[in-house]
Design a protein around this ligand. Sequence first.
Ligand SMILES: *[C@@H]1O[C@H](CO)[C@@H](O)[C@H](O)[C@H]1NC(C)=O
Ligand SMILES: *[C@@H]1O[C@H](CO)[C@@H](O)[C@H](O)[C@H]1NC(C)=O
Ligand SMILES: *[C@@H]1O[C@H](CO)[C@@H](O)[C@H](O)[C@H]1NC(C)=O
Ligand SMILES: *[C@@H]1O[C@H](CO)[C@@H](O)[C@H](O)[C@H]1NC(C)=O
Ligand SMILES: *[C@@H]1O[C@H](CO)[C@@H](O)[C@H](O)[C@H]1NC(C)=O
Ligand SMILES: *[C@@H]1O[C@H](CO)[C@@H](O)[C@H](O)[C@H]1NC(C)=O
Ligand SMILES: *[C@@H]1O[C@H](CO)[C@@H](O)[C@H](O)[C@H]1NC(C)=O
Length: 239
Amino acid sequence: MAYRGLTIIFASFLLFLGHCGYSNGECADGGCNSTGLGSSELLTRQPAEDSCYNNSTSVALSCSEPGTLEGPSDNTCNDGTWEKGPTNCTVYCSPPTDVQNLELDPDLMRYEEGDEITFSCSTGYKLTPDSPKSAQCTNMGSLNSTRNPECIAFNCSAPSSMDDNLDWTDKGNETYKGDQTIQYSCAEGFKLEGSETNTCMDQDEWENEDPTCNSGNVVQVFWYFFLMTTFYSIFSFYM
Ligand SMILES: *[C@@H]1O[C@H](CO)[C@@H](O)[C@H](O)[C@H]1NC(C)=O
Ligand SMILES: *[C@@H]1O[C@H](CO)[C@@H](O)[C@H](O)[C@H]1NC(C)=O
Ligand SMILES: *[C@@H]1O[C@H](CO)[C@@H](O)[C@H](O)[C@H]1NC(C)=O
Ligand SMILES: *[C@@H]1O[C@H](CO)[C@@H](O)[C@H](O)[C@H]1NC(C)=O
Ligand SMILES: *[C@@H]1O[C@H](CO)[C@@H](O)[C@H](O)[C@H]1NC(C)=O
Ligand SMILES: *[C@@H]1O[C@H](CO)[C@@H](O)[C@H](O)[C@H]1NC(C)=O
Ligand SMILES: *[C@@H]1O[C@H](CO)[C@@H](O)[C@H](O)[C@H]1NC(C)=O
C-alpha cells in the first residue's frame, strides 16, 4: 500500500517534470533550451515557454521598444538544437543633430547601449560652459545628457606688448581668431627673447607671454673690442 502510494507520487513527479519540459535541469529528449534564442530582456518569444521548447517547435521572435531586432525573426527546435543562431535586440542612440561645429569621438552614425561619446568643437570654437563634455547611450535608446552640447567661436585680444621693436602677424588687428598661431619678430639688430610664436587658447587668452626684443649691445661691444685688439696686435707685430 505504502509502496503503491510512493509509486504514484514518484510518477506524478515525473509527469510534473515532463510537463515543464525538462528533467535533471536539462531539456527533455529532442527539446531545446530557451536561452539559445537570445538573452535580451527585450526579446519576445511566441510561444513563450519558460525554459524548454519541445522537439520540432517553431518560435516567432520580435523585439520590444527600443530594441532593434538583429538576427533571425523565427527559429525552430531541431532534435535538441536551434536551427539558427541567437537573436539580439540591440539598443541604439543617435548622436546630437544640428549642432554646428560639433565633433564627436568616436564619430558614428549611431551608438550602442553603453557607448560613450566625447564632445569637442572644430578649430576656433569651444564648448559653452554649460555644455555636456560627454554622454552615454542608455538602455532607453537615448543619450543620458540632459541638454545638447553647443559650440561658440572664441578669440583673443591683440598682444599687449608695448615694445616698439616687436612685430607680429597682422599687428594692428584688435582680435585674433581662436586656435590661431601668430609669429613674432624683432627689428633689425635686436634679439628675440622668449617664445617666437603664440596661440590663442580657448580660455580666450594667449598660450605664452609676449617675447622681448633685446639689443645685442653687450655682445657687439665684446666683438668690437676683440677684433680691434686682434688687428692692433697683428698690425703692431708687422710694424
Ligand atoms: C538552459 O541554459 C542555461 C544557460 O546555458 C542554463 O543555466 C540552464 O540551466 C539551462 N536550462 C535547462 C532547462 O537546461
Ligand atoms: C525530433 O523530431 C524529429 C522530426 O520530427 C525526429 O526525427 C527526431 O527523432 C526527434 N527527436 C527526438 C529526440 O525525439
Ligand atoms: C511538449 O511535449 C510534452 C510531452 O510530449 C507535452 O506534454 C507538452 O504539451 C508539449 N508542450 C508543448 C508546448 O507542445
Ligand atoms: C548578437 O550580439 C553578439 C554580442 O554582442 C554578437 O557577437 C553577435 O554577432 C550578434 N548577432 C547578430 C545577429 O547581430
Ligand atoms: C551619463 O552616464 C555616465 C556613465 O554612467 C556618467 O558618468 C555621467 O555622469 C552621466 N551623465 C549624466 C548627465 O547623467
Ligand atoms: C570674441 O569673443 C567674444 C566672446 O568671448 C564675442 O562676444 C565676440 O563677438 C568675439 N569677437 C569676434 C571678432 O569674433
Ligand atoms: C586681421 O584683420 C584682417 C582684416 O580684417 C583679416 O583679414 C585677418 O585675417 C586678421 N588677422 C588675424 C590674425 O586675425
